[in-house]
Design a protein around this ligand. Structure first.
Ligand code: GDP
Ligand code: IMO
Ligand code: MG
Length: 428
């Protein structure tokens, strides 16, 4: 019995796509369990780069099953665009390789419109969402009015649900926000066709996952976003609308916690964040810009420049606790090569005390001043290292400190975007 989780330990974009693709070689099934097309996961194999949003990162292998679980908010328009993009890159996609949960919620055009309207109405307090309709779609799920995949594929049910929903949404769009209503016929015609196209891919994915685990097949869960974007434990309200931590796997895929064997938290060797919200170790100086340019820190989904800062071990320790991480995968250690000195945050100073946890109140977090330890950098380019021994001594010291402070082993060190630029230390 083997189910294993890959999740983001920071604010997203840690390299989950790369690590999932790497670990998928020894897995049979890869499952997305939360989030939607707000995710942008990059996988590089040889000279080819693939940008994935909804399709799990196991899709590049010929014989793996990829599942979009019930906890995902599925934008069918985005899914079919992604399938076409992947087909153009000669990636084979068929209902044997890609399976969609009948219980996943559908992102509708009004969700995207409302995402934009709500952001504008927040003014300076905007969250900086990806604009993909994620928050409004999860709102409908919890409010119990959402349209699910099982509804979309049944014309009569879909028509009725769309009528009910669109009436309410158009009232809000026009009467509360004074904007133009959406047209029923054009949405219906477009989405009913997505339903027909989706039908061959649809199954009860909880059953599929359960049977495969029982048959000793290996299942890998691919998280989207990251721990500090979690709706409960992230920097609320500057978060996404789903459970990004390990707890989200069970509800988002329909399996029990006793089936999960381990969880690897993916973390960059520094910290980045897109969108608004607190970020204690953010750098506003030339080092921050240097990291951004050297690390190509621009979003996969929105193209926005990512905010950059030093590695924050308070965050990694929190992530390890919240998800019961069995190890970390540290990525982009190559990006820092060339800096004379590197810093790691090991605590926050607030009201004369040093704490090693993240306060719930954003006002308190804003008052936290990072406490740093300084390390000597490594000037040797390390992107060609393939074993731990080949890493520069100073990089090893840096990595050891991460393990020591977080009380969590490092199982993978990534030294470049390519599938082969991966050092596996402790076999997972
Ligand atoms: P994800 O959302 O967690 O999958 O991460 P993204 O794909 O949004 O961002 C990570 C970026 O870093 C991508 O461009 C990856 O190709 C790249 N990447 C991943 N691991 C490494 C690494 O170890 N070194 C370098 N230089 N790039 C990496
Ligand atoms: P991956 O899976 C980084 C951020 C947005 C915004 C907040 C809420 O590639 O790591 P949303 O559209 O979800 O309502 O936006 O969350 N965000 C991400 N940041 N990586 C992501 O995904 C993200 N998905 C959402 O920038 O701050
Ligand atoms: Mg990303």
């Amino acid at each position: 019995m083997s189910a294993f989780i890959v999740l983001g330990a920071q604010w997203g974009d840690e390299g989950k796509g790369k690590v999932t693709d790497y670990l998928a070689k020894n897995s049979d099934i890869v499952v997305r369990f939360q989030g939607g097309s707000n995710a942008g996961h990059t996988v590089e194999v040889g000279d080819n780069q693939y940008k994935l949003h909804l399709v799990p990162s196991g899709i590049l292998y010929k014989n793996k099953i990829n599942i979009i679980g019930n906890g995902v908010v599925l934008d069918p328009k985005a899914l079919f665009e992604e399938i076409n993009y992947l087909k153009k890159l000669h990636v084979d996609i068929s209902p044997e390789k890609l399976v969609v949960s009948d219980r996943a919620q559908i992102v509708m055009p009004y969700h995207k419109v409302l995402d934009g309207i709500k952001e504008r109405s927040r003014g300076k307090k905007d969250i900086g969402t990806t604009g993909k309709g994620i928050g409004p779609c999860y709102t409908d799920k919890m409010e119990r009015s959402g349209i699910r995949v099982c509804d979309l594929i049944k014309e009569g049910v879909f028509k009725e649900k769309l009528q009910e929903n669109l009436k309410v949404k158009n009232d809000i769009i026009t009467k509360v926000y004074g904007e133009n209503p959406l047209d029923f016929d054009s949405i219906y015609d477009e989405y009913v066709n997505y339903g027909k196209a989706l039908l061959p891919y649809v199954k009860d994915t909880s059953v599929v996952i359960y049977k495969n685990i029982k048959n000793n097949r290996k299942v890998l869960f691919e998280g989207a976003q990251g721990t500090l974007l979690d709706v409960d434990y992230g920097t609320y309200p500057y978060v996404t609308s789903s459970s990004t931590i390990a707890g989200g796997v069970c509800t988002g895929s329909g399996i029990g916690p006793t089936m999960i064997k381990g969880a690897v938290g993916v973390a960059k060797a520094y910290t980045t964040r897109v969108g608004k919200g607190p970020f204690p170790t953010e750098l506003f100086d030339k080092t921050g810009n240097w990291i951004r340019e050297r690390g190509h820190e621009y979003g996969v989904t929105t193209g926005r420049a990512r905010r950059c800062g030093w590695l924050d071990l308070v965050i990694l320790k929190t992530s390890s606790r919240l998800s019961g991480l069995t190890s970390f995968a540290i990525t982009k250690i190559d990006t820092l090569a060339g800096l004379e000195k590197v810093k790691i945050c090991t605590g926050y100073k607030i009201d004369g005390k040093i704490i090693d946890h993240i306060p719930a109140s954003l006002n308190d977090l804003a008052r936290c001043k990072p406490v740093y330890e300084e390390f000597r950098g490594w000037d040797k380019s390390i992107e060609n290292a393939r074993t731990y021994d080949e890493l520069p001594e100073n990089a090893k010291k840096y990595l050891s400190r991460i393990e020591e402070f977080t009380d969590t082993k490092i199982s993978i060190v990534s030294v470049g975007p390519g599938r082969d630029q991966t050092i596996e230390i402790n076999h997972i």
